[in-house]
Structures are given as structure tokens and as C-alpha cells.
Write a new protein. Structure first.
Length: 298
């Protein structure tokens, strides 16, 4: 299917300068060829994913580089025949740096020597240098969460836990879904966040984000929970927030199993539960603890 014929994409091309439209078309053709025979777990053409979120990013930020980086963001990671060197050869620094930063199959940047422990450390290092890396990744995760139902339950929990740990707090920090947000304002908000919290490297950024939604978290604990996410018993000690969740019907579905509610008073309260399918909270004013007696080690 030729998605470039969609009215929205054609309208964007018509609004650009000749040079910009040629560059966007180049990225479009590069990405469509890379994903040509691929399908998503929903059995849709894979290219629907980069194109639809690219259009969303355009409507939000009106930025050609973000659109192009988004179209290319999965090409190396998901296409075995494509090397990162090809992205570096075909596009310019702002593009290939963003694509490289969020490519999980590569543990180092193509033109740099540092090897990172895992893909999140590499990505966070990119965040500290280029706000575009964050904006593209947040758009990616937002779309992934909207299509989680096509994944097995245990993978849904993993993906959602990672999102609650790193990406949801960052969306709040950057006011990601506000209409007034721009690339420039995102950069200011993020740099202010780094300055206010005295964060100087990707390790510090990671630990700071992990402790926004969870108590006493660390990289080591993150890895344990990520790998055993459906076996973790969580504690919520905020009665007001618990009551709010009950009122919203959050505990009425099959995604969460309550184990115990104790001390139901204004002075002391604790609810323990596990996730069968993770549900993302849209608030960062509360924190969860891991139950010391409830964690099932595998």
C-alpha cells in the first residue's frame, strides 16, 4: 500500500520548502523499503506504526527532523539487512544521533567508543545531549502503550512497568501532552529539570526518574522487577489515592489482584496487590513500595 498518498501526508509535503519535502520523501522511502514485508502483532503493515506516530509528532511539534527521525527510528533495530552505517551515510547528524540513541540492538553509538550496560543507559545518554531523542522515544512509548493488548500479558506488565518507571514521569516533567509544547520549550523544561536536581550524567538521570513513582529504587532493583514483573507484590500506603482508584473502578477489572487491605484509617493504611496486566497511572503524586514479604523470587 502506498501510504504517501494519504491526504495528511501530502498536505504536510505541500507545506514544506522544496528541500524539506525532498528530505522527508527520502526518509519516507527509506523507511517504507526497510519495513516493506513486516507486520505488527496486530497483523497490520508495520509501516503504519512509524507513519501514524510521525504524523502525530508533526501535528504536535511541526518539526521536520522529528518526523524524519521517527520514520527511521525502527529501521536498524527491526531490519536485519540494514546497518546503522547506512543511516549515518544517508542522513545528517541530528537524525542519525536520534535514531542511534533509541536503537536497542546497538550497545554503543556508531561513531563512539563507550559501551553501555544496556539499551536504556545508551538512550539516557542521548537524552542528556539531544531533546529530540526524548520526544521521539516518548511518542514511540505512547503508541506502544495504546497497542499493548496485542502482546502476551507478561510482556504487557514488563512494558508498562518500564513505562511507569521512566517514561510516564518524564511525560509529566515535559508536559508532553500540552498543546503549547514545542521542541524549544521541551529543551528548556528538561534542562531546568537537570539543573534543579543537579543531574550531570545518564546514571543520575535514571536513578532520579526511577524514584519518582517508586520508593527506594535503584538500577539493580529495576532489573529484578523488570525480569520478574508479574511476581512482584506492591504496597500502596496512600489511602486517599487508593480511594480514588477504587472510585474509578481500577480494582474492578482483571488486571489487578488485591491481596490485603489493612489499617484502614487516616493514620496508617496499606493495600497490597499484584499486576496481571499493568495499568498505567497518570499521577506522579504517589509512590509504590515493593512488599518485603510478598516478592516471589523466580
Amino acid at each position: 500500500m502506498e501510504y504517501s498518498d494519504t491526504p495528511q501526508f501530502k498536505k504536510i509535503l505541500d507545506s514544506l520548502s522544496l528541500k524539506e519535502s525532498e528530505l522527508l520523501n527520502k526518509a519516507y522511502n527509506f523507511a517504507q523499503k526497510a519495513h516493506e514485508w513486516q507486520k505488527r502483532k496486530s497483523w497490520e503493515d508495520y509501516f503504519i506504526h512509524p507513519l501514524s506516530v510521525g504524523l502525530s509528532l508533526w501535528n504536535r511539534f511541526w518539526n521536520v527532523d522529528l518526523f524524519i527521525a521517527w520514520l527511521l527510528h525502527d529501521t536498524v533495530e527491526d531490519c536485519e539487512s540494514l546497518e546503522m552505517s547506512e543511516v549515518y551515510e544517508e542522513f545528517w547528524e541530528n537524525i542519525w544521533f536520534i535514531v542511534d540513541s533509541i536503537t536497542k540492538t546497538e550497545k554503543s553509538f556508531y561513531r563512539e567508543e563507550e559501551i553501555f550496560e544496556d539499551e536504556r543507559d545508551k538512550m539516557l545518554s542521548g537524552w542528556a545531549k539531544n531533546i529530540g531523542c526524548i520526544l521521539v522515544k516518548l511518542a514511540d512509548r505512547e503508541h506502544n502503550l495504546a497497542t499493548l493488548k496485542h502482546m502476551p500479558a507478561h510482556k504487557q506488565v514488563k512494558k508498562s512497568f518500564e513505562s511507569q518507571s521512566l517514561y510516564i514521569p518524564l511525560m509529566h516533567i515535559l508536559w508532553f501532552n500540552e498543546e503549547w509544547l514545542s521542541v524549544e520549550k521541551s529543551e528548556i523544561l528538561f534542562q531546568n529539570y537537570l539543573t534543579d536536581n543537579k543531574l550531570e550524567n545518564h546514571k543520575q538521570i535514571k536513578n532520579e526518574l526511577l524514584n519518582i513513582c517508586f520508593n527506594d529504587f535503584s538500577e539493580e532493583l529495576f532489573d529484578i522487577v523488570y525480569n520478574n514483573s508479574t511476581s512482584v507484590v506492591w504496597e500502596l500506603e496512600d489511602r486517599e489515592f487508593f480511594d480514588e482508584l477504587v472510585e474509578k473502578g481500577w480494582f474492578d477489572n482483571e488486571d489487578v489482584e488485591i491481596h490485603n487491605i489493612s489499617g484502614y484509617s487516616n493514620w496508617w493504611f496499606c493495600a497490597t496487590f499484584t499486576y496481571k496486566n499493568w495499568v498505567i497511572f497518570d499521577s506522579t503524586l504517589w509512590k509504590l513500595n515493593i512488599s518485603k514479604s510478598g516478592f516471589i523470587w523466580i
